[in-house]
Every structure is written in structure tokens, then in C-alpha cells.
Design a protein around this ligand. Sequence first.
Ligand code: COA
Length: 341
Amino acid sequence: MRRVGSGAGFGMMGMMARRSLLVGFGGYLPDRIVTNDELAARLETSDEWIRARTGITQRHIAGPHDTAVSMAAAAGARALDYAGMAAADVGAIIVATSTPDQAFPSTAVRVQAELGLRGGFGFDIAAACSGFVYALSMADSLIRSGQVDSVLVIGSEVYSRILDWSDRGTCVLFGDGAGAVLLKAADGPEPGDTRPKGILSTHLHSDGSTGDLLYVDGAIGLRESSGFLRMRGRDVFRHAVAKLSSSVDEVLHANGLTYADVNWLVPHQANLRIIEGVARKLELPPERVVVTVDRHANTSAASIPLAMNEAVRDGRIRPGDLVLMEALGGGLTWGSALARM
Ligand code: COA
């Protein structure tokens, strides 16, 4: 393994493990807010139905000038600003998105250019609503292996452009936005450190046999492409409850931790009922769960970093807190991550 950095953490017992600290947070939401009532004015739905089934009251919708790249770059710049890090010091950019502006170049390299960064590298990850957990996992691996010292991990989505606005079963559920977390390498932990900081572990899963439960029916390369999101909502709900439940057990078990050790649940924000189900399983009171789905709806890969950004900046999540992240999305893909702030 290539050594990176000063080497200060490499003790007599051999090279110490590297880990990824979460040092920067940023978010971007389009200005335009669409309320449930506004949707109910043009669709056969109601504010009461949407609130009761999902917890959603409104969503932000991209304006003509908002793109996956522009929103990702804005969120990324804010994460760098939070950490006081210059863009030139970023080793890699990973953007999780299912709604890129172009097939290529990747969203990440466009963001690289927007941020004025000439070095390092960037690439996109497509794992639908699990995209941020997947990207975090890849970023953590790049840091642990010594390839880079910092990674800007971004989720950016414009689902408004792949929604069938005449399908009340899906269009009420989603919103647009971007969130970013900056990871920075650190050496350690020191022997005997029982509360090491940074990403403790990540766990990814997918099952392609369930690919038709939630998908977009077109893409570049398919001739008859309408490119709309399609979903069997009830089946997805059932899978979400079961798979997220086993995911939170998996990540805690892997770290020898229990429900009682978790300070914050920062879940993917698809549906308040799914979030509350996982929180109940973890025996976490509502005030320990970061919820944005009421105001943002489901922003797919952007939802976890947007929630994280909000709760770090308003002082809820504090240094030393143990944060559990989990997500499920089209694929189906799902996964979890545990981090000490
Ligand atoms: N407004 C009013 N009625 C609606 C509606 C809407 N926006 N959307 C669907 N309905 C109707 C359906 O047509 C159906 O009517 P019917 O009984 O006359 O056929 C009825 O409500 C029940 O539909 P169903 O889909 O069974 O409702 P549900 O209780 O499962 O709730 C979801 C629907 C989509 C809210 C729910 O299944 C869900 O949240 N699933 C998970 C979706 C998700 O999170 N996806 C993203 C994962 S990343």
C-alpha cells in the first residue's frame, strides 16, 4: 500500500489503519417550492392523502437554470467552505446521481471544472436512492487504500425531469436538490481508542431480480424511451422495511455496537412511515432522527447529505456523536453506513 501524508500515524507495530473523517457539509435546494395543494390543483390527489401516506408537505423543484451539475457544484462548494479546504486540495469527486445532465462527461468531472479543480479525478455512481451510501463507501475505500487524502462526496438529483406528472402514485413523492459531504483522511485510531472518529464501516447490497419494482423506463441507448420513473409502491415499501431493518442490524453488529449506542439516525428520506419503522426498531425517540422528507420529499441520492448538512449546521449532530445512515432504492439497492463525527 502506498503511504500518503506525513507518516505520523505509522507506529512501531506497523502501519496504522487510515480512516475517513467527515469534515465538510453542504446543501443546495432550488428556490421553487411546490406544495401538496398545488399538486392537488392539477391531479386527483390531496394534501391529506400525501401527508398521511408519506409525511410530505412540499418539495423543491429545479428551475430552468438548475441542473445536476450546477446543484452538485453549489453543494460541493459549501462543503469545502464549511471545512475551510481549497478546491485544489480535493483528491477526488464522486457524484451519486440517477439524473445526470449528460451521458458523459460524468457529472463529477463537470463539477470538478465548476470548482476550478485541475488535479485529482471524478466519476459518477448510479445506485438510485442508495447512491449516497454507495458513494460514501467508494470514497472511504479510496481513502483507506491510500489512493487519495480527501474526497468530495455529492448526491445531486433532478427527479422532476424523469417524473410522469400525470401519475399521482409517483410524482407526489419526489423533489430536487443536492447535498455534499467532504471526507478527509486521518491516521488511527490509537490503540485503546474505543470511540474512534470517522466512517466505521459501510455495507452495500443489491438484488437485480427486483429491478422492475422501481425503475426508469428509458435511457440513452433505448430507442423507445420515454424516460419516466415507474414504481410498484406497495412492494417497494415492503422491501424497504425488511431490508433497512436488516441493514441497521448488520452495520451495528459489524462494529460490536448496539441500538443504545446510536445518537442519530440519518436515513434516506423516502417516506416518513418507513423512517419511523426503522427508528422504532432502533428504539430511537423521534428527536434522534433527522427528518427532511416533510419539506424536501424524496431527493434520492441527495437526501442523506442534505439531512446531514441540516443537522450538523443547526447544531443537533455534534462532534463525537454516532450517526447511522441507511438507504434503499431502485435496483433494488440498499446499504448502511456508520460514522462517528
Ligand atoms: N393521491 C391520492 N390517491 C392516491 C395517490 C395520490 N397521490 N397515489 C395513489 N393513490 C391511490 C391508489 O390509486 C389506490 O387507489 P385504489 O385503492 O382506488 O386503487 C390507493 O391510493 C392505494 O394505493 P397504494 O399504492 O396501495 O397506497 P399505499 O398505501 O401503498 O401508498 C405509497 C402508496 C407510494 C405512498 C407507498 O406505497 C409508498 O410509500 N411506497 C414506497 C415508495 C417509496 O418510498 N419509493 C422510493 C423508494 S427509494
